[in-house]
Design a protein around this ligand. Structure first.
Ligand SMILES: Nc1ncnc2c1ncn2[C@@H]1O[C@H](COP(=O)(O)OP(=O)(O)OP(=O)(O)O)[C@@H](O)[C@H]1O
Length: 876
């Protein structure tokens, strides 16, 4: 790759451009939409030869760093405001306010403290997690190619610099897959299309062109065809452009604030579903308690603090903290142990939920080091001339279209052609490779024929044949020849030529017709060494793999067979085009290989799979993978992917290695499993307590627990639950995708909540037996119930932690230790000096003996219910 890339750089740097004296920078930004290119260059104190390094340094000091949208930091204040907008926090604050209105100052203070502690823990946790994601992202520097000069007299040199150092007035070069580093005005462009999805929501690439003297701009801030904006990326083509605005001055920064563009992920979907059901419960609880208290015991508003405390008892206040901690720990372990970088924390949870993984073929299943194996003519006979035409196309599309580096197939062609590539006919125009058209075209001077030009077209067989003058039988024969070569697993390029009169105007796609088919170049690409094992591992973990490739169906199917993956019936993109979205969803579910996919097809297939209820991961590295990467629940790419892909990916792997994907999925299940277990255990015991408190509030002539006691108990629960963020889940959890399905989840918490409530009610019986209805006995009752609540909670944590397979893991983990702590507090707090302060009395020894029996029974029922739940296929 090196020599060709270098030659290309030299070729660009040596382009003769008249010197331009720099003008001072303007005080107000010049109008990039209306000024002519020359006026705009002058207004920015720049020229086509770019800025000098000194001037660029001065401008950097003046304008500051050019931070990319995804890398802009969220301030602590913003984060705090965001955490206050969390639905649980809002409900808690409302309950606190309600308590303050009825002058229940104790309850109000405890609620506010709870909110404060959870917000502070959350903000600190998120800030720390974000900082470490930021540090990890810094390992993935994004660069831009700028044209600068060492001094006024020096020649312009194209060089890569970190995107953050780009300044207004810089001249930048753009190629496929590049991020548009700032807001720019195009000075020159060849076949340029950009993805503007982050700016406009439009998923199809938008064509852009250089306009020297623009007229009235079309409506919409991102519509002018001669302007490109930070936040977009190059889909195809190339350009040279002038930077008009950087950092906070870009249109994207003006239109969006950092963090606003977050996707609604699988994780958000499940947590939102559960949260809103709980919130409904919480809002229902206080009026229920009040009405029941009034109807049965003639109580008035004095019951309100208790009612509020019961509602608070339902809240998983530590949810955001447990989520952030579990995810941050998982992400840092992945980075440390496997050099996998998670750039958006919730993506780790989504990774654990992935049940379909879509992959491209090249570089994932194969090594992406294609080597030319043959060049054959239309009869299937070896013909070196075909390779020479392919090399002329590769050489001139690379040089005339300002492409920074050749793609792997072009590189292999140039490698095989050797010196002949540079010594071939002189090029006059080029239309670079476009993954949608799957073609590239170069126009060269016809050797030995003055005034004649030859169009050299190479690309996918079907696309090239469509542009050849052929009768249908001959076309079928040639397709058959290509299919035979592809069936051996070879990648293919078809080559066709046409001679035309030379002419001054531009060459366009419309010229690619009436061609003469010259032959095929075939390539071998060795299988990736870890792919076969990793495919087996993924299948064993319940992840269905789908191959979405732009390649020939025969090539893709053979590669799958070589790796032991049954390709089944291969579906081509043309066939998917004839299906409705619903039909595609059904077909996609049972199809393994999709061939001849363009960027839009890949995205459509991913979307159809998601609409069918799957959580979809997509692994890709090319600019043609970008729309699919956006469409997936989790986008993965290797570190060597083009900048635009790397900037959008949620997970960046050290290598494009399926084994690394498998490890990342395991880490996702680890974190997701802990979050799920936390939610199931916390909510089932909280719900159980609420059921029991409601029932006893109706039965007893006094409150079963005082508000302060409920809140202290809640605090103890919350502290113990933090252990789930640090737990190592059982191996069973890692064997299948982790998904919190709201319906199954609610069934779990209601079922286990009722068992918990039954244990509570049994304890009331014990308490009624051992205490005798006096005020002292009320205090004993409170103490007894407090002890029982904490002990049942500890039991639930241990028994439901990892289900039947927990025994495979360690017997004493953080959850066991936290449960032990909870049990000790449950027994000792009422007996300590804090007991009387919280209005808890002493209990007779008989109570403890009977409580032990209730707890033993509770444990047996829990184990039986857990087994039943597991047999029914539920997660624990
Ligand atoms: N530089 C090129 N010039 C002309 N045609 C090309 C070039 N590169 C690829 N093609 C053609 O386009 C087809 C699709 O290639 P492309 O690289 O877009 O596939 P892809 O989706 O990236 O493949 P994969 O999924 O295997 O990574 C190839 O089969 C080939 O025929």
């Amino acid at each position: 790759m090196e020599p060709v890339a270098e030659r290309a750089a030299v070729c660009r740097a040596a382009a003769p451009v008249p010197p331009q004296p720099p003008a001072p920078e303007p005080a107000t930004p010049p109008d990039a939409t209306r000024l002519t290119s020359l006026q705009l260059l002058r207004a920015h104190g720049s020229g086509p030869r770019g800025l000098t390094e000194d001037e660029a340094a001065r401008r950097l000091a003046r304008h500051g760093e050019n931070a990319l949208p995804a890398r802009r930091r969220i301030t602590r204040r913003r984060r705090l405001l965001h955490s206050l907008r969390d639905p649980f926090t809002t409900v808690l604050l409302c309950l606190g306010l309600l308590s303050a209105v009825v002058a229940a100052w104790g309850t109000a203070t405890v609620i506010c403290s709870l909110v404060l502690v959870s917000c502070v823990l959350r903000v600190t946790g998120e800030h720390r997690a974000d900082r470490s994601v930021g540090l990890l992202r810094a390992l993935l520097p994004t660069t831009a190619t700028v044209v600068r000069r060492a001094d006024e007299e020096g020649p312009p040199q194209a060089r890569e610099i970190p995107v953050g150092e780009v300044v207004p007035g810089d001249v930048v070069r753009l190629g496929p897959g590049d991020l548009v580093p700032a807001d720019v005005r195009l000075l020159r462009a060849t076949g340029l299309s950009v993805h503007q999805q982050a700016l406009t929501g439009e998923s199809a690439p938008v064509a852009k062109e250089a306009v020297q003297e623009p007229g009235a701009p079309p409506p919409g801030p991102f519509a002018p065809p001669h302007l490109c904006f930070q936040g977009s990326s190059v889909a195809y083509g190339s350009a040279t452009a002038l930077v008009t605005a950087t950092g906070a001055a870009t249109r994207f920064a003006a239109a969006h604030r950092a963090g606003d563009g977050r996707r609604f992920t699988a994780f958000d979907r499940s947590v939102h579903g559960i949260s809103w059901t709980l919130i409904r419960f919480m809002l229902l609880t206080p009026p229920l308690v009040l009405v029941a208290g009034a109807a049965l015991h003639g109580r008035g508003l004095e019951t309100l603090p208790f009612a509020v405390a019961v509602a608070v008892g339902l809240t998983p206040e530590m949810l955001p903290v447990v989520v952030t901690t579990a995810l941050a720990r998982g992400a840092s372990r992945l980075a440390r142990e496997h050099r996998v970088i998670v750039t958006r924390l919730p993506a780790l949870h989504d990774l654990g939920a992935v049940d379909v993984l879509c992959l491209d073929k090249t570089g994932t299943l194969t090594q992406d080091r294609p080597v030319v194996t043959r060049a054959l003519d239309a009869e299937g006979q070896d013909d070196p001339e075909v390779l020479r035409w392919a090399a002329a196309n590769a050489w001139w599309t690379l040089h005339l279209a300002d492409l920074p580096v050749p793609d792997a197939l072009d590189e292999a062609v140039l490698e095989a052609a050797g010196e002949e590539a540079a010594d071939g006919p002189e090029g006059v125009a080029a239309l670079p490779f476009d993954p949608v058209r799957r073609l590239s075209t170069a126009v060269v001077r016809t050797p030995g024929r003055l005034g004649r030009h030859t169009l050299v077209v190479k690309g996918a067989v079907e696309q090239v044949l469509d542009r050849c003058a052929l009768d249908p039988d001959e076309r079928e024969r040639l397709l058959g020849l290509a299919a035979t070569e592809a069936a051996a697993g070879s990648r293919l390029l078809a080559v066709a030529v046409a001679e035309r009169d030379s002419r001054p105007g531009e060459w366009t796609h419309a010229d690619e017709r009436g061609l003469t088919f010259r032959g095929l170049v075939t390539f071998g690409d060795a299988l990736a060494p870890t792919a076969a094992d990793a495919l087996g591992e993924l299948a064993g973990r319940g992840v269905g793999v789908k191959i979405l490739t732009g390649d020939h169906p025969g090539t893709a199917a053979q590669v799958c067979r070589d790796l032991g993956l049954d390709p089944g019936q291969v579906l081509t993109a043309d066939e998917t085009d004839r299906l409705t979205d619903a039909e595609l969803g059904a077909v996609a579910r049972r199809t393994t290989v999709f061939a001849r996919c363009g960027p839009g097809h890949k995205a459509r297939i991913v979307t159809a799979l998601r609409a069918g209820g799957h959580t979809v991961g997509f692994l890709g590295d090319g600019v043609n993978d970008l729309p699919a990467l956006h469409a997936a629940d989790v986008g993965l790419c290797p570190r060597g992917a083009v900048d635009a892909v790397r900037e959008s990916a949620d997970v960046v792997l050290a290598e494009k290695d399926l084994a690394a994907v498998d490890r990342a999925i395991t880490a996702g299940r680890h974190s997701g499993g802990n979050i799920g277990t936390y939610l199931r255990i916390t909510l089932s015991s909280n719900l159980g307590n609420v059921f029991a408190m409601l029932a006893t509030a109706l039965l007893l002539p006094f409150l079963p627990m005082l508000p302060a006691q409920v809140l202290v108990q809640n605090l103890c629960f919350d502290a113990a639950q933090l252990a789930f963020a640090y737990e190592r889940p059982s191996r069973a959890v890692l064997r299948r995708p982790i998904r919190l399905r709201p319906r199954g989840f609610l069934r779990f918490i209601t079922g286990f909540g009722l068992i918990n409530a039954a244990a509570d009610v049994a304890t009331f019986g014990v308490l009624a037996l051992t205490t005798h209805g006096t005020l002292a006995s009320q205090e004993a009752f409170h103490a007894g119930w407090f002890t029982e609540n904490l002990l049942t909670q500890a039991l639930v944590m241990v028994i439901l932690r990892g289900g039947r397979h927990a025994a495979e893991g360690r017997s004493t983990g953080p959850v066991h230790r936290a449960a032990l702590g909870l049990a000790v507090i449950g027994v000792l707090l009422p007996l300590s000096p804090l007991g009387p302060l919280l209005a808890m009395g002493t209990l007779p020894p008989l109570y403890y003996a009977l409580l032990a029996t209730v707890l033993a029974l509770y444990a047996v029922v829990l184990v039986l219910a857990r087994r039943r739940h597991e047999r029914a296929g539920g997660a624990v």
